[in-house]
Design a protein around this ligand. Structure first.
Ligand SMILES: [Zn+2]
Ligand SMILES: [Zn+2]
Length: 261
């Protein structure tokens, strides 16, 4: 069994094809998926999916790329997370690639999510792009990691260096690889994946974006996470079953609020 630890199946292009999406998951032995929230206006649809389907989980959070959107408070996140179908806080983090200018609001929003994670004891889903130093610094300042009383979480769609991966793992964080790791050009990321122990690894699609090989360029969906696992198995010289089992075990260990269905 494979688990897609990060997808956006509430986005209209995927939500419109839900029976097909769920069928492809079953066909490819993708047993569970985590539908990740990106802003508060969309949150009801994310939660509705998790309430409708026992094998779909949900998170609550506001993505760093969403500038003109209601800003969440710690209290609001804590309140929205108080639901058995919500297993994580995020996605949150920093993105200096997509947006420019004074991004202090991004850093404040990130701190808000870490505080909510510490209060709810629900793990963080962290997005970081072109901002790894500030991301790690704020994680440390706010005590996101298990080393400082936090509950840690996952560095999702990881594309950073081994040094950044090690800093996150030292705080108890898992490293999640998406379809990017299967791309021919991703030599550096493949070298990082070689070094990240299977015990600290998750897999994801981040669908509808970033379809893995051999579907690159097409619309991505949770069923394709099997290709990420296959690639990592080949890279590490282990069986696909081993990657599937370990990353699924990791998922339930990290997201301890997720009841297996
Ligand atoms: Zn992201
Ligand atoms: Zn995402």
């Amino acid at each position: 069994m494979f688990i897609d630890s990060h997808c956006h199946i509430n986005f209209p292009e995927l939500a419109a094809r839900m029976p097909e999406i769920l069928g492809k998951m079953a066909e490819n032995k993708v047993t569970h998926a985590l539908c990740v929230s990106v802003d508060l206006p969309d949150f009801p649809q994310v939660l509705a999916l998790a309430e409708q389907y026992p094998h779909i989980y949900a998170s609550v959070g506001v993505h760093p790329d969403y500038e003109d959107t209601p800003e969440p408070s710690v209290e609001q996140l804590v309140q929205l997370a108080d639901n058995p179908r919500i297993i994580a806080i995020g996605e949150t983090g920093l993105d200096y690639y997509r947006l420019e200018g004074d991004l202090e609001w991004q850093r404040e929003r990130f701190r808000t999510h870490i505080k909510a994670s510490r209060i709810t004891r629900k793990p963080l889903i962290i997005h970081t792009r072109s901002a790894s130093a500030d991301t790690i610094r704020i994680m440390q300042e706010e005590g996101a990691g298990t080393d400082q009383g936090g509950v840690a979480g996952v560095m999702h769609c990881f594309t950073e260096s081994l040094e950044v991966a090690r800093a996150a793992m030292a705080m108890g964080f898992y490293i999640s690889f998406s379809g990017i790791v299967t791309f021919k050009s991703a030599k550096e990321l493949q070298a990082v994946a070689m070094e990240v122990p299977l015990e600290q690894m998750l897999i994801e699609t981040d669908s509808p974006y970033l379809a893995p090989m051999p579907h690159r360029g097409k619309m991505n969906e949770p069923g394709y996470v099997a290709h990420v696992a296959e690639y990592i198995a080949k890279l590490k010289g282990v069986s696909v079953e081993q990657v599937a089992q370990q990353t699924s075990d990791n998922f339930f260990k990290l997201f301890s609020f997720a009841k297996q269905a």
